[in-house]
Design a protein around this ligand. Structure first.
Ligand code: ZN
Ligand code: ZN
Ligand code: FE
Length: 763
């Protein structure tokens, strides 16, 4: 039986070579008709025998291009074409702009193997051309300003294709058929070499860059979503110079290695980590560094782990060809706390005091996007520390339907926002800390861009409870929308629930730095029974003072004093490290007064701050230069083979670390090593979580346990907790597709806002 069917394929089907794939497939099985992009996805009409059409549909799923993600295939039978317009062949037609925009924008994809082969083939017309790409690879999200994904809507619009490129673009048999960023040395973008703010008249910008890097210079390099600052990672002087210029004393910096062999020379990696490194998203992967390597110790001071990535653009590959270096430090080009620089108009001035020279090009970046950072949990499951390039704006599917479009504005630090629409959540790439005008402007621009790309005018805006977050203020400024305030730690727990489609109440541990509590104090060591709609605060860490407010976050020794004073009263000072009375003489003796009088010393139940206090007490880190440093260095000290632990005292709802401190101080007296103490502390927290879970399971018959919040970036703690919970037959869940830190907050906010509004409607 002959029939004609109209088919709509939705998902990530534009910019990934889907139309030529459909063309080839239809032609192969002998169907006639056409295919086109529209603003909802890919629309196909085919005519032929019904069973042929059915097998065509199966093959669509089975053989789809590597980067396509099919969410749905909808089909309907329509009348056969009348004699007048009988279709004789299959064709690709012009894109259509429909009223509804529902097409998904692909993320940026690293260079594919075929393009790489051409790149290094002297006979190829794109030999050593830094902008080679095809339908399977190249920039996407960062160059698109509207849908459907067609060249006029990208930053490739100013480049007119030459006849050779146009012929590939029009040839359904070519790998570059409708590859929007298609270009070649004749017609496409080219490199620029900028020194002292002036574009130099050189034919070989790349060779200049290699030469300068080899000499120890700092070169700013334009990537996919912004500029990096690069230097030779084995050159100690260059690395130190970069740190000085960026005012970045100790925070680890990422390395780009020439290839996998170079990675293996400095890191111990598992097969799964190698797969992550070489995958099309090419994130920075956190891995174990070998003890002595060629890389300067200044790249990751005080650490056993290093963030490493492989080249992902043709330009990156070319940087390493015949180069005297195999490792480049690649850190975002930005001022402290400002967003990554990406606009060519400002680059010369913005980077003049950071970089010795700039390797740039004239393909504009439309949307900024940092590198993603991923690590493996228990050697098998990848999870994000930062979600950006290669992944954003790929949507997450949630287990419910947003009845109204939602914008969740996220938190304050490591911000990311989220648009909820239908059954999807679109999480923005990492936006950075919303602490200044630059970041806030970038944030507002990002929100507008996302609303346009996904055709989403939010009717609901979810925000944090904290009244002073810039994101909260932004939310409350929006007019004509319903605003929903979501408690910080509830949002953390909900972010995991949304990821895993959990709808029944769970036992939730939200352990993080600080977040505004429902009672106006600062929370951060919270145990909830929660569903998406609401939570009960079952237990929390004993609140103590945060003497000096945010100063206590940068100076962990203040938290040590706070705990010692809380536990030992006037005897507190006898437990302090002796060096402190000299180092902090101006402030140390007065902290107890500050605490007593509650002068800038708000109460906090933060677990992150407890990690800080311990780290400082045992002499690992008493003053930080980046967020989370004290806890990270404490973790680096721990030894997995040590099984002993310290104890917490749980007097519901208070979790009291008094016994822990007395055991720890006794160990210090005995001269126990920092490694032993750190291990026993970590084991103690794992045991605490397990004990609390056992008790709550007894009371509430709940077996699902959710772990979220910045403290769970600590992979040692997370790995051990999961193993321990599994041993007791709990079902542990943790963030995998969004970060456990505040970068994942927006997903939770969106889910909670949805659940609360739905509950209101049902009343
Ligand atoms: Zn390619
Ligand atoms: Zn060309
Ligand atoms: Fe948080």
């Amino acid at each position: 039986m002959k029939e004609r069917r109209r088919i709509l394929v939705s998902g990530i089907v534009q910019g990934v070579g889907f139309r030529p794939f459909v063309y080839t497939l239809a032609t192969r099985v002998g169907l006639v008709g056409h295919v086109r992009n529209n603003s909802r996805g890919v629309a196909i009409e085919v005519e032929g025998e019904a069973d042929v059409i059915n097998s065509f549909l199966c093959a669509l799923e089975r053989e789809k291009p590597p980067h396509a993600v099919i969410e749905k295939i909808q089909g309907q039978v329509v009348p056969l074409s009348t004699n007048g317009q009988t279709m004789r062949h299959f064709s690709i037609q012009e894109s259509q702009v429909l009223g509804i925009k529902d097409a998904l924008i692909p993320a940026d994809i690293s260079i594919c193997d075929e393009c790489l082969e051409e790149l290094i083939d002297p006979a190829d017309r794109r030999y050593h051309y830094p902008f080679i790409n095809c339908t399977n690879c190249g920039p996407r999200f960062t160059i698109i300003n509207d849908v459907p994904y067609d060249r006029p809507f990208t930053t490739m619009a100013p480049f007119q294709m030459c006849p050779a490129c146009q012929a590939e673009y029009d040839d359904p048999g070519s790998r570059r058929f409708h590859a929007q960023p298609n270009a070649c040395p004749t017609c496409g973008p080219n490199l620029q070499w900028i020194v002292d703010g002036q574009e130099c008249n050189t034919l070989m910008p790349l060779t200049e860059a290699q030469h300068q890097l080899a000499q120890g210079a700092i070169v700013a390099i334009k990537g996919i979503g912004g500029y990096h600052l690069a230097c030779d990672a084995t050159n100690e002087k260059a690395v130190q110079k970069l740190r000085r210029r960026k005012h970045r004393k100790e925070k680890p910096m990422a390395i780009m290695a020439a290839d996998l062999t170079a990675v293996l020379a400095i890191c111990n990696i598992t097969e799964a980590e190698a797969k992550l490194l070489t995958g099309p998203e090419r994130p920075i992967v956190l891995v174990k560094q070998r003890l002595k390597t060629a890389v300067s110790p200044a790249v990751v001071p005080q650490h056993h782990r290093v963030g490493i990535m492989l080249p992902y653009t043709p330009l990156h590959y070319l940087l390493f060809v015949n180069a005297p270096f195999s490792y480049l430090v690649m850190t975002s080009a930005n001022q402290r706390n400002e967003p990554i620089v990406f606009e060519d108009a400002v680059v010369k001035t913005a980077l003049s005091h950071l970089a010795d020279a700039i390797l740039s090009h004239n393909r504009a970046i439309f949307a900024r996007c940092d590198d993603s950072v991923v690590e493996m949990v228990n050697k098998k499951l990848p999870r994000f520390i930062r979600r950006a390039r290669g992944f954003a704006p790929r949507p997450l599917s949630v287990g419910f339907e947003f009845e109204k479009p939602v914008l969740a504005v996220g938190g304050h630090l490591k911000n990311s926002f989220c648009l909820g629409k239908g059954r999807r959540a679109f999480l923005s790439p990492h936006m950075g800390d919303l602490e200044n005008m630059e970041t806030l402007n970038a944030y507002q621009r990002g929100v507008t861009h996302f609303q346009q790309l996904f055709d989403c005018a939010p009717e609901v805006v979810a925000h944090d409870l904290h009244p002073d977050y810039l994101s909260t203020r932004y939310a409350l400024e929006q007019s004509g929308v319903t605003t929903v305030a979501v408690q910080h730690h509830h949002a953390h727990i909900a972010s995991v629930m949304a990821e895993f489609h959990l709808s029944q109440p769970v036992i939730g541990f939200a352990f993080d730095g600080t977040g505004f509590g429902s009672d106006g104090t600062i929370w951060g060591g919270e145990v909830f029974i929660a569903d998406l709609k609401q939570f009960e605060r079952m237990a929390h860490l004993e609140p103590v003072s945060l003497p000096g407010g945010h100063l206590a976050i940068q100076q962990p020794w203040r938290m040590t004093v706070s705990w010692l004073y809380h536990l030992y009263g006037s005897a507190w000072q006898s437990h302090c490290p002796q060096t402190w009375s000299k180092a902090y003489a101006a402030v140390l003796p007065f902290l107890p007064q500050l605490i007593d009088k509650q002068l800038n010393a708000p109460l906090t139940s933060s677990m992150g701050r407890l990690f800080d206090a311990v780290s400082a007490l045992i002499g690992i880190c008493d003053s930080t230069t980046y967020e989370g440093q004290a806890a990270v260095e404490l973790m680096s000290q721990a030894d997995l083979s040590i099984r002993e632990r310290y104890a917490f005292d749980v007097r519901w709802p208070i979790i009291d670390p008094a016994p822990l401190f007395s055991q720890l101080l006794a160990d210090l007296q005995k001269g126990e090593s920092a490694t032993a103490i750190s291990s026993k502390f970590h084991n103690g927290v794992v045991e605490l979580i397990t004990a609390v879970c056992l008790e709550l399971r007894e009371q509430r018959k709940i077996n699902q346990v959710v772990l979220s919040g910045g403290v769970f970036q600590n992979s040692l703690l997370l790995n051990r907790t999961i193993k321990q919970l599994e041993k007791h037959n709990f079902e542990p869940f943790f963030n995998q597709q969004v970060p456990p830190n505040d970068g994942g907050l927006a997903l939770g906010q969106a889910a909670v806002a949805h659940a609360q509004l739905e509950a209101q409607r049902c009343v």
